[in-house]
Design a protein around this ligand. Structure first.
Ligand code: ZN
Length: 500
């Protein structure tokens, strides 16, 4: 079934979009939220479990202090109030990946509330207000075996891995984001991307979207233009890259507008995002929170962080991201336009690491923005998911700087890195990419080019130095691009101007 879509421009002539973003962040604590099981990614299924995270009768949970600390630091970085006293609550529902039949979460008493994050969207600051950031635990993972789609329908049987059950999560919920208009998709992307930067700077999570450490749900509704109302929203689940966040918002705007234009109404439901086809499809109908019959968790004591501790944690916060950006721009000597491109492409952190590994800011920008940015785009992946590290980029640039490679050969090293052929040095050796600096070999190649092109050589002898390009080209071709073009030029001129 294909949805009817309205063109993006037409959506905006009739409707105001309202966005909402819910981001789950998996914390990188050593142990789980309410037990001492290791909270590491991977591991043989069902080896990192105990009576508590398996929900066995009589098991008693204990709160992970480090997770509370991380929650408070995230809240402070998002300019939130920190609750003086709050509790956990049981969110009751049945699902096979949740052995207790309830999730321990927070309901009306979140640990962090009423904050904001200022995000940079194409050089303009847009304030996203945060409603709350609360603590909860992750569920296990179901694996549906057999069947074509990997979903439960059509599967022969299902397996459950509880290693992830009980890993600490922070869920960060925005207030409805209004007034973004045509920029709604870009605001959504910028928010998730800059929230990730902040989480990474805080050091509280690996925050890798491809591994599910950071998962975004996108709420979207449309209201008649200028009405000031909120329409019925849909919630698109687990959108797993910045690019997909932007695309999912755009798609839902176009899909919902078509339904409303035709006199229909939007069903309040969860939807699935399909990365391959770029569409959302219907999930389950969803009504509001009272379904879950929340009640305060009786087995856990309330959390009451002292004001002294909160102030102490405030002192551990990283630099404000927008101020940091201004500082980096000054340090790197980028123009406003260069900095905007770098920010829009989400490569600020990558450039920072590449510069820290020894590359110049301009070379780091060149590789990440033009070369690697283009390849990520061609492959349809986020640049942060490319199999090239900042240290490798700096290493390749160092080889260019010392004359071992030129830019053209460096691009072939990146081909090798993306193909998983090893380190830059191994790729240069295996592919035979190093520049020929042997004077004897260069001199012989220049002599051969002169002999093969006597007319051109005569022109140069007559003082037409511009003709040297043809000979340099011939030598470079002969040496498969692996010669220093500047040195070849010197040799050509030496040989032809000294024999006069
Ligand atoms: Zn456990």
């Amino acid at each position: 079934m294909t949805d009817t879509l309205v063109s993006f421009d037409d959506v905006l002539t009739s409707y105001d979009p309202a966005l909402g973003l819910e981001v789950h962040v998996e914390l990188n604590t050593n142990t789980k939220m309410f037990c001492g099981c290791p909270a590491v990614f991977g591991g043989e299924p069902n080896t990192q479990v105990c009576p508590t995270c398996l929900g066995l009768p009589g098991a008693m949970p204990v709160v992970n202090g480090k997770a509370i600390e991380s929650a408070i630091r995230i809240g402070l970085a998002l300019n939130c109030e920190i609750a003086e006293w709050c509790r956990f609550a049981r969110k009751n529902y049945f699902y096979p990946d949740m052995p207790k039949n309830f999730q321990t979460s927070q309901y009306d008493e979140p640990i962090c509330f009423e904050g904001f994050l200022d995000v940079d969207v194409d050089g303009e600051v847009f304030r996203v207000e945060i409603e709350r950031a609360h603590m909860e635990e992750d569920t296990g993972k179901s694996l549906h075996v057999g069947g074509a789609t990997g979903r439960i329908h059509g599967a022969d049987y299902s397996l459950v891995d509880y290693n992830r059950a009980g890993i600490p999560l922070i869920e960060i919920v925005t207030k409805p984001i209004l007034g973004a208009g045509a920029k709604a998709p870009a605001v959504a992307r910028a928010y998730v991307s800059q929230l990730r930067d902040l989480i990474v700077a805080l050091g509280v999570s690996e925050a890798r979207m491809d591994q599910g450490n950071l998962r975004a749900d996108v709420n979207l509704s449309l209201a008649p233009k200028g009405s000031g109302k909120l329409g019925t929203r849909t919630e698109t689940k687990n959108v797993n890259s910045f690019r997909s966040v932007e695309r999912a918002v755009r798609y839902e705007m176009q899909r919902q507008a078509a339904i409303l234009d035709a006199g229909g109404s939007i069903l309040q439901e969860t939807r699935h995002w399909h990365e391959d086809t770029g569409v959302t499809t219907s999930g389950r109908e969803k009504s509001d929170a009272d379904d879950y019959r929340y009640f305060p968790e009786p087995d856990l004591v309330p959390v009451a962080p002292s004001r002294e501790w909160v102030d102490e944690l405030r002192g551990t916060l990283p630099e404000n991201p927008l101020l940091k950006r201004a500082r980096l721009q000054a340090d790197w000597g980028y123009t406003d336009l260069e900095m905007r491109d770098v920010v829009a492409s989400g490569v600020v952190g990558l450039i920072e690491e590449t510069v820290a590994a020894g590359a110049s800011p301009q070379s780091a920008r060149k590789w990440w923005l033009s070369e690697l940015g283009r390849r990520a785009n061609d492959a349809g992946v986020d640049i942060t998911d490319l199999q090239v590290t900042p240290v490798e980029v700096a290493t390749v640039q160092a080889l260019v700087d010392d004359g071992s490679l030129n830019d053209k050969l460096a691009r072939q090293v990146f081909d090798g890195l993306l193909a998983g052929e090893g380190t830059p040095a191994e790729i240069v050796a295996a592919r035979g990419l190093a520049i020929v600096s042997d004077e004897g070999a260069l001199s012989a190649a220049v002599d051969a080019a002169i002999a093969a092109n006597p007319d051109v050589a005569d022109k140069i002898r007559d003082g037409k130095v511009a003709a040297a390009g043809a000979l340099i080209g011939a030598v470079m071709k002969e040496m498969r691009g692996q010669a220093d073009a500047g040195r070849v030029r010197e040799l050509v001129l030496e040989k032809l101007t000294e024999t006069r």
